[in-house]
Design a protein around this ligand. Structure first.
Ligand code: ATP
Length: 290
């Protein structure tokens, strides 16, 4: 029986801009996404019985058709008329409903894994087409690294990698629904939009402070107005030595970029002692998987 283990990496947003609401109901976005080392572990095991099943160490993760990993397996199985089945065990390490693309990356990992397990020989581009049907962040999760994502998030342009740095994640003990945040988003003239071109240029020059100075997310004020602790976490990250701090995606996770391990640990210790948040120290990565 064939088995496979994969790492499904989480992401953070270095920028997130919403351009306008499209006729199809999606928002046209422009965002620079960065893969991080934090990952769920996926174990895939071939099943002759032909069905798809999921288990997880995380008791409140739905393991039926609501799970994006299940939807990914069904989509690839049906599209390529595969007779075999698979059992998927998800070791959940990525906080859920956090703005870290936990569900999307599990779906991406399943597409990559089943392409190998079932010897389908699909290209990355073919997997991206399938992925985009599952969710706007799935194509990014298939590629990883540092990418500019446009359209509804599914159109990717590879960027120069962010110079390696530590990332401290602080997740308040609340979950935020992405749909709720986008639904409340209103553009206004006072809104500060990210300098996406500036971040691209800084990445091209390997200029970490140049990127750090331009971290920006238009959804931050939406989520923050409901959960003021996000603003406090950002302030404390900076106070304790982060180069910059931002809310990731639709939140509520706040991340801080730290130049070295010592600073990352100092920030983490301070935040842990002061607030009831989940703290994770991780790093940026240039490649997903492994
Ligand atoms: P994004 O950053 O892409 O908006 P997120 O990190 O905010 O994602 P997720 O953790 O991906 O949020 O997903 C949140 C919702 O998706 C939860 O309601 C959860 O039940 C559902 N879900 C479905 N499949 C998964 C999965 N494999 N992992 C996590 N959540 C999943």
């Amino acid at each position: 029986m064939m088995k496979l283990t994969l790492r499904a990496n989480a992401k953070i947003n270095l920028t997130l801009d919403v351009l306008y609401k499209r006729a199809d109901g999606f928002h046209q976005v422009e965002m620079i996404m960065q893969a991080i080392q934090l990952a769920d572990i996926l174990n895939l095991e071939e099943k002759v019985s032909g069905d798809i099943s999921i288990t997880s160490n995380m008791s409140y993760l739905p393991c039926d058709h609501r799970n994006l990993a299940y939807q990914a397996a069904m989509l690839i199985k049906n599209t390529y008329q595969v007779k075999d089945g698979v059992h998927i065990f998800i070791e959940k390490n990525i906080p859920m409903s956090a703005g870290l693309a936990g569900g999307s990356t599990d779906a991406a990992g399943v597409l990559i894994g089943l392409n190998r397990l079932w010897k389908l020989g699909l290209s990355l581009e073919e997997l991206e087409v399938l992925g985009a049907r599952l969710g706007s962040d799935v194509p990014f999760c298939l590629r990883g690294g540092t990418q500019l994502a446009t359209g509804r998030g599914e159109l990717l342009e590879p960027l120069s990698p962010l110079p390696p740095c530590y990332v401290v994640l602080a997740k308040p003990r609340i979950g935020v629904s992405t749909a709720w945040v986008y639904g409340r988003y209103r553009d206004s003239e006072s809104l500060h939009h990210p300098d996406t071109a500036g971040v691209k240029a800084a990445l091209g020059q390997g200029d970490l402070p140049g990127v750090a100075n331009r971290l920006s997310n238009v959804l931050e004020s939406v989520t923050m107005s409901e959960y003021p602790q996000i603003g406090k976490l950002k302030e404390r990250m900076i106070q304790y030595g982060a180069m910059a701090s931002l809310m990731s995606g639709s939140g509520p996770t706040v991340f801080g970029l730290a130049p070295d391990k010592g600073t990352a640990e100092y920030i983490a210790d301070k935040l842990r002692s002061q607030s009831d948040v989940e703290i994770i120290i991780t790093k940026t990565v240039t490649r997903n998987g492994g």
